[in-house]
Design a protein around this ligand. Structure first.
Ligand code: SF4
Ligand code: SF4
Ligand code: SF4
Length: 266
């Protein structure tokens, strides 16, 4: 749906943790009233209604994706079904009921459990500050096809993770620098670099607030089934250990994280 420039400006000022929901609500309400475009007045009216009914808007979790499914060319993996599967599983956990029992006083948005999926390491949906951040990954693999030494892969890699060995005439990838964005693969004209492991990196325990912390990454690239297992495992841990609405990152000690990392070592 078309948005007037003033409406776009206004929605950017809505607090980031509810912006996506308010935006969706504005569009829905404008659509229902047959508006051809979203105006500033539409944003203000919906925002006012949303904020006055905030407690009834809380559903216990927030699940979102980056804009990859809208056709972003940077996607390292096509993940359209994964987020729906995760949401279906999370719904079964009744996190709203859990939070109502454990939190004293009114529930707030910051109590909700947050999961996000970004389809590439550019991480537009901010996986590093979510309870569970999932990042699309496509790792290159060096094949036996002769390298033409064109260095297109070196130029494509923003991480300086590829060097060409001048004696052996092969690309060498530094795994500690490689973010698995997959950008070096399609530029290789000879097939010396091809798609290797494809899946998802998973980060746990990120949060903002008074004591912000970045999520820590599990040691692997996982397929969709494994990601679903990790999500379920994290929710189990969260419900067992969060007693008064503490965020996942607050209750996940370094030892707990190491236990997760050992369980999901590949
Ligand atoms: S995270 Fe990557 S795929 Fe997703 S919108 Fe950003 S650049 Fe595109
Ligand atoms: S996958 Fe991305 S980060 Fe890794 S070597 Fe290729 S371009 Fe560099
Ligand atoms: S893009 Fe392919 S052919 Fe060119 S230097 Fe890299 S590996 Fe070799």
């Amino acid at each position: 749906m078309k948005w007037m420039p003033e409406a776009e400006e206004a929605i950017k000022k809505v607090p980031f943790f509810v912006r996506k929901r308010v935006r969706a609500r504005v569009e829905k309400e404008a659509n229902e009233t047959g508006k051809p475009a979203v105006s500033l007045a539409d944003v203000k009216a919906t925002q006012a209604r949303y904020l006055t009914r905030m407690s009834s808007e809380i559903k216990g979790y927030q699940i979102e994706t980056c804009f990859g499914p809208s056709g972003c060319p940077n996607r390292a993996i096509i993940s359209d079904e994964l987020i729906n599967q995760i949401e279906a599983d999370v719904k079964k956990e009744d996190l709203l009921g859990f939070l109502k029992q454990s939190v004293q006083g009114n529930l707030k948005f910051h109590h909700e459990f947050r999961i996000t999926l970004a389809d590439c390491p550019n991480a537009c949906s901010q996986p590093q500050i979510k309870d569970i951040g999932i990042i699309g990954a496509c790792a290159p693999v060096v094949t036996d096809e002769p390298c033409s030494l064109c260095e297109a892969c070196v130029e494509a890699c923003k991480e300086d993770a590829i060097l060409i060995d001048p004696e052996k005439e092969v690309p060498v990838i530094d795994d500690s620098l490689c973010l698995k964005c997959g950008k070096c693969i399609p530029v290789c004209p000879t097939g010396t670099l091809m798609e290797g492991q494809k899946g998802y990196r998973v980060q746990l325990g990120g949060k903002l607030g008074r004591h912000p912390q970045l999520a820590k990454e599990l040691p692997g690239i996982y397929d969709e089934n494994r990601v679903m297992e990790i999500v379920k495992d994290c929710l189990r841990f969260y419900k067992d250990n969060s007693k008064q609405g503490e965020r996942f990152g607050q209750i996940l000690t370094p030892a707990d994280f190491e236990a997760f990392a050992a369980r999901y070592k590949t």
